[in-house]
Design a protein around this ligand. Structure first.
Ligand SMILES: Nc1ncnc2c1ncn2[C@@H]1O[C@H](COP(=O)(O)OP(=O)(O)OP(=O)(O)O)[C@@H](O)[C@H]1O
Length: 293
């Protein structure tokens, strides 16, 4: 049994189904990206795993337990999110001391060194930090607690590009030194390609795909051509007209022999980046913005 498993989980808020009949297991000791457009259900799913909210239907299991108000889950799972609160009169040094007391694997040296690297003074009060600095503090804590499971909900909100890059690198180094189960929700899949081992794509609360990153990179190809007569309709993931004569299709990878044949029939073939593929797969359900005008 995996550390985190969901079976037929549904979460409804009033009339809104935020998660619909979701069944999945998160790979243990692995970095998994939770990707999806706004409102896809990413935060809701993380809240369910962290035991902050109860599922309306179905079973959520973390370390074999229902996570809601479960002390053993709380001690072994840490959830980094935007609304993290610290005692108002604590300096960052005191916040770190408090974490050290609660989490046995807390890495004080890592917390201090990362704070120094990111120019966050331990004398500051968390409430005085800018938005990007507050995200950085939350992310540092998420790395330093070193719980067997760590969930990060959009950890880089407000961080500038340089800080984001350093955070991804710090996360990878910390993970290599202490392998653990990490889930990271983000809109920025293009920045995470080298970090993630698995990708979960949610859309409208449903699982659109779950795949190893290496397989996702090979999953689809882009074709530009005039007619679709040679394309197996079942393999089309996305299509768009480019001009009067040319059309763009994204299809499931048909194998090298078929690609060769398509090339011989005048199709231009290009790779599809995982981030673009995720946008195409979810845009297919929404249509592009052109129809508004
Ligand atoms: N507390 C709530 N009460 C009512 N509806 C909610 C609540 N939380 C989330 N929802 C609804 O559930 C759906 C999923 O929201 P969720 O925040 O999980 O999406 P998300 O993928 O994290 O989005 P984003 O990328 O914009 O942060 C949305 O339609 C949202 O309006």
């Amino acid at each position: 049994m995996a550390e985190i498993e969901l079976s037929d989980v549904m979460k409804r808020y009033r009339n809104q189904e935020a998660i619909s009949s979701l069944t999945l297991s998160i790979p243990d000791q692995s970095i998994t990206g939770l990707i999806g457009p706004n409102g896809a259900g990413k935060t809701t799913l993380l809240n369910l795993m962290a035991g902050i909210e109860a599922a309306t239907e179905g079973d959520v299991s973390v370390f074999g337990n229902e996570p809601l108000e479960n002390l053993s889950v709380a001690a072994n799972l840490f959830y980094v999110h935007e609304d993290m609160m610290y005692p108002q009169d604590f300096r960052i040094s005191e916040v770190y001391q408090a974490f050290k007391k609660v989490y046995p694997n807390w890495d004080q040296a890592l917390a201090e060194n990362l704070s120094d690297h990111f120019n966050i003074s331990l004398k500051q009060m968390p409430m005085d930090l800018s938005k990007g600095q507050a995200s950085t503090l939350n992310a540092i804590i998420g790395l330093a607690v070193q719980t067997p499971v760590t969930l990060f909900d959009e950890p880089t909100t407000g961080m500038d590009y340089g800080v984001r890059k350093d955070f991804y690198r710090a996360l990878l180094k910390s993970y290599i030194a202490h392998p653990r189960t990490i889930i990271l929700s983000s809109h920025l899949l293009n920045e995470l390609e080298d970090l993630l081992e698995h990708v979960i794509l949610l859309d409208h609360g449903e699982l659109e795909l779950m795949m190893e990153m290496d397989k996702l990179k090979q999953y689809a190809v882009g074709l530009v051509g005039e007619y679709d007569s040679m394309i197996d309709q079942q393999t089309i993931l996305y299509q768009d007209r480019m001009d009067l004569n040319q059309q763009y299709w994204v299809i499931k990878h048909p194998g090298e022999d078929m690609l060769q044949e398509l090339r011989q029939h005048g199709f231009t073939i290009s790779p599809v980046a995982p981030a673009d593929l995720c946008v195409y797969l979810t845009q297919m359900n929404r249509g592009d913005v052109d129809h508004v005008f």
